[in-house]
Design a protein around this ligand. Structure first.
Ligand SMILES: [Cu+2]
Length: 185
């Protein structure tokens, strides 16, 4: 649901996210890193077009997903057709809560480096070598990052029953409610 309060929450989300970043880095320094390095098989894998059994349309707004939650079966290959109907950049990302938390830190860095702005993606900067042979480019098969009015597909094969979420990890958005449960049934 698009409400005035969710928009306000989004606008203040950037400074809030900065504070939360500090809090989470302190927490991870003293605690465990969770399952951020868990094998991909725990969340599933990139799916093949020929295995798709169902299409789920996902609409992203400022700052919500429609539908709010989704239900899938283990082993199912789903084609997600994701559309950004909002005025800001949004992400659709399949993962565990720990993976999302980790990715939020990366996205905060992208924003600090100017690779990601509130309403646009700086594609040139995304491709830049970060010094370790890696770039900030988003080409992971479990996610898509979209500018306003853009749409894209994610084909994903789910594995065994796990606790999964779909989420937007643009700074401030997850906290504003841009996450939903992926329920296995
Ligand atoms: Cu978002």
């Amino acid at each position: 649901m698009k409400t005035i309060s969710s928009r306000l929450a989004l606008l203040s989300g950037y400074s809030l996210a900065a504070i939360m970043m500090v809090a989470s880095s302190l927490a991870s320094a003293s605690g465990s890193h969770g399952d951020e390095h868990a094998p991909k098989t725990s969340i599933g894998e990139a799916g093949q077009k020929s295995d798709v059994t169902r299409t789920i349309e996902i609409t992203m707004g400022d700052s919500y997903f429609e539908p709010e939650n989704i239900s899938i079966k283990k082993g199912e290959t789903i084609r997600f057709v994701v559309k950004n109907d909002g005025d800001f950049v949004h992400e659709f990302n399949i993962g565990t809560a720990a993976m999302h938390a980790n990715h939020q830190k990366e996205m905060m860095m992208m924003m600090e480096h100017g690779a990601l702005e509130a309403d646009k993606i700086n594609h040139k900067m995304m491709k830049m070598d970060m010094g370790d042979g890696k770039s900030m480019q988003h080409d992971d098969p479990n996610s898509v990052l979209l500018e306003p009015s853009k749409s894209a597909e994610v084909i994903w094969k789910f594995g065994e029953k796990t606790k999964l979420e779909f989420a937007c990890n643009v700074p401030g958005h997850y906290e504003s409610g841009m996450m939903g449960e992926i329920r296995f049934n």
